[in-house]
Structure formats: C-alpha cells, structure tokens
Design a protein around this ligand. Sequence first.
Ligand code: B12
Ligand code: SF4
Length: 470
Amino acid sequence: MTPLKIMLVNPPTERQLFGTGGLFLPIGLGYIASVLMREGHNVEVVDLTIHPKGMEDFKLMVKAAKPDMVGFTAVTPTVNMAIQYAAMAKEAGCGLTVIGGPHVTALPDEALLKGIDVVVRGEGELTMTDIAANPGGYEGIKGISYMKDGKVVHNPDREFIEDLDSLPFPARQLFPDMRLYKGQPVLGNRTPVGNISTSRGCPYGCRFCFKALFGRRFRARKAEGIVEEWAHMVKDFGVKEITISDDAFTTDAKRVHEVCDLLIKKKLTIPWTCSNGIRVNTATVDVLKHMKEAGCYRVAFGIENGDQEVLQAIGKKITLKQVDDAVKNARSVGIKTTGFFMLGGPWDDMRSMQKTIDFAVKVQPDYAQFSIATPYPGSELYDIARTEGELLVSEWGRYDIYETEVYFVMPGRFTREEVLAMHKKAYRSFYLNPTTVMRKLTTFDTYRYLGRSIGGLRKFLLPQWPFGSD
Ligand code: B12
Ligand code: SF4
C-alpha cells in the first residue's frame, strides 16, 4: 500500500464562518484520522471553526500541502460549506474529495451531484481506510456512494463496527489546542473541556431523532479503554472537565458502574457531564450516586414534551412520572440536571406546547433548553414535515442553533408566529419563575461563572431574545 497524504477538514456553518468558533473537537474526524494514521498514511487536520479561512486562502493552503485526498465532515448546517470548500480543494489540484457524517449519510446524492467524488455513508473508519488503500477503485467498497458514467452508484451498506475497543483513540494531537474549543456553558464549565464517545447506537426509536449513522443496537466500549482515554485526555491534553457525548451512556448500568469504579480507583474523578442526555428510565439513584462519586456533576434528560399522549406518539417510551423521578433522583445525589424540551413538533398543538412549558416549570430541572423541532434529513420528523406539514426553510445553512427558526408548520395546528411566541414564553416562564430564580440565586455556580450567568440572563431578559431572526 502506498501511504497517502490526506487532509481532513471540519467546515464551519455559514453563520459561524468568521464568528463564534468551535464548540467541541469533532471526534468523528479524530477517529478517521487515527485509523488512517494506523495504516501509515500522513494525515493533517484543518479545523475551520477554530482557524477560519476564506475560500481563496483555503485553496492556497491545499495548493501548498498537495494532499492526495481531502475529506470533509458534515452535519446539515455545514454541508453546503463543506461542498464549497471541496470545490476549492479540486481547483487547487486535489484529485479526490470525500465527505462523511450524518447529513450525507441521509442524502448522499445531493453532495455527489454538487461535485464531491465519494460520499461515505455511516461509520467511516473502515470505509475510509478502504478508500485510502485503493483510491479510485470504488467497486466493492461497502458504505460508499459515487458517480459512474453520470449516474449515482450506491454500494451496499457497511456493517456496524462490532468491537469499538478495536478502534484507536481519536487523534486529538492533530487538532488545534484543546483550549480553543470553547464548549458551551450548558455543556461544560471548566476549560479545556474534553469530549469522549463511549458507545454508539441507541435502542430507542424516537421519531424526531436521526438514527441512520449508528443504528438501534447499543454497542459499547469496555470500561478499561474508556478510562485509559480519559486519563490520556487529562494527562496529555490538560482537560479540566469531560463531557460524554453518547446518545445513551447509561443504557447498561453494569458498564456505568465499572467505569465509575475505575475512575475512582485511578483517581480520575475530574468533573464530568452527560451533556447529550441520558434516558430518564435509566436514571436510578443507584447509578446516579455512583456517577456523582466518580465526578459527574450534571446530566441532561431528553424530556421533549409535557403531554403523555404526545410522548407516546413520538415513540419516546417514557412517562412523565419517570421524568419527575429522574430529576428528583439526580437532585437527591447532588447532580444538576438539564431538561431538553421540544416545541412545534408535528404532534404538537397549542395545548400540548403549553403543557410542555407547565411541566418544565413543575418538574424544575436546573436548566431547561427549549428547542424548536428541526426536521433533520434522515429522521422520520423530516419525512412528516415534508409530506404532512409545510416546510418553511430549505437552506441547510440555517439548520443550526445560532438563530431561532421555525422550520415547518402543521396547517390547522399552529402557525410560525405561534411557535415563536411559545418558544419565547417557555424561556421566560421557566427562567423568570420564582422557584428557578431562587435556585439560581442560591447556587454557587451562578457566582462562580458570573460572566456566563449574566450573559445567559441578558438573553432571556432583553426584548430581542429569543426572537432570533424574526
Ligand atoms: C455530541 C454531539 C454534538 C456536540 C459535539 C459535536 C462535535 N463536533 O463533536 C454538540 C453539542 C456541540 C453538537 C452540536 C451540533 N449537533 Co450534534 N450531535 C452530537 C451527537 C450526540 C454525538 C456526536 C458524536 O460524538 N459522535 C461520535 C462520532 C464518532 O461520530 P461522528 O462524528 O458522526 O463521525 C462518524 C461518522 O459520521 C463518519 N464521519 C464523520 N465525519 C466524517 C468525515 C469523513 C471524511 C468520513 C470518511 C467519515 C466521517 O465517520 C465517523 C466515525 O464513524 C450526535 C448524535 C449521534 N449519535 O450521532 C448529534 C448529531 C450529530 N448532532 C446533530 C446536530 C443537528 C447538531 C447541530 C447542528 C445542532 C444545532 N442545531 O446547531 C450542531 C452542529 C455542530 C457542528 N458543527 O458539528 C445531528 C445531526 C443531524 C444531521 N442530519 O446533520 C445529530 C445526529 C443528532 C440527531 N440525532 O439529530 N452535537
Ligand atoms: S432521542 Fe435519544 S433516546 Fe430517542 S432515539 Fe434518539 S438517542 Fe435514542
């Protein structure tokens, strides 16, 4: 095998281009880099969210580096930028552009028709290794789509990686300094915040959720490897806090106990969070108590809706009682909670949105995040929004969280203006509620991170927020 020179690129969103900077190290790209290096390839990572570059500068950079292949990662709001930067790489003489990630896994044709050479669908480690071993010889490589004689060809899907412990750790050393990844107040407080992925796949089938990448089978790394990577982040990258980015970290309670035992034994109990949400039905006192002892200080719960019938309809498979218990359990062991709520789903009406707001206020997680239902390609929500609803936003660049958008409406159920009004009302009802205010005033973190707290409060109190682009 001839070693290749490969450049991997993390593109910014359009709104982020010269602005807000990166949140977390893109760990998927880190995995792709590390498996390619294991095969002997020469890999360079360019994170445009940290070191922004205009198209022309990027072109000059590629011209100077002369990579054999440039690979891009893309979520929905970054896909158009990725495609534009890929065109620059081509103009600079790079013969092969590859793209992977959730968006193109759902809509591979779109990227190919706009000039990308190869789309990697699903998990990319083994597929990218195969491409690099035989650039240009696409037949027989599972999990890719490409153009042949002017037509799109989709090779069969690749099987999921069964043994996640067989993967090397993400190549964090190739990325910019960890301190430049700013995290988010709601996700982590102490910088640098490191992120780690300990499992893939979620056994549940919530209808708004994109599952095409990792599937519904829970595949988990063993405690030993997780804790070794944890130690590596602390010792070699100086991370002060870790966020576990799994979809469903607590699915296997035995594994959680093993991780916590090892963290305690190896004295690695730095503060950590489960920022993407753990399932309320797995949040027992037993598990949470052990997590707290091992350093966990905040977990998020995907609560979504305050109407039991709607929860049923979206396939969330949780009860409001379980939510209440989970928040109480966390509070009883001293773990803070973030509740994720969703407004304006196709199953919503004004009544259920009001119930969601009331429930958030009643159940009182420490933080509440209300998002407006966003139909990401690859989710059932996307199909429903397109077929039964009226899609209002078609530019992928606007599918991010930097502005408040209503992406679709369900005629006869709610209007765009009603969703925006409920969204604003939700934040105000929650954060200006006397119980929340008292809790914030009596919380040490409010003062410890005063700057961020004031920034957060301003958002809620100033009249223009959260109107966003409205
Ligand atoms: C943690 C997380 C975050 C974190 C950190 C993101 C990060 N940069 O690491 C935060 C909170 C910051 C975040 C933000 C957002 N996220 Co997010 N996030 C996740 C979550 C829960 C896990 C991601 C993760 O760590 N995966 C583990 C790694 C190993 O997988 P991976 O990155 O996908 O990479 C693999 C493949 O995608 C592929 N691949 C990826 N890139 C490339 C590149 C090449 C060249 C190749 C060959 C292959 C390849 O191979 C990789 C290894 O197998 C996923 C849910 C999920 N299960 O995927 C959602 C998810 C990816 N997020 C999503 C979204 C929408 C967003 C936001 C747009 C939210 C918003 N409204 O603004 C932003 C975008 C930020 C950005 N520019 O990346 C959606 C994406 C849907 C879509 N159609 O694009 C997901 C799938 C959630 C969902 N179920 O809907 N997110
Ligand atoms: S929303 Fe959470 S629980 Fe539901 S399918 Fe997605 S990852 Fe699983």
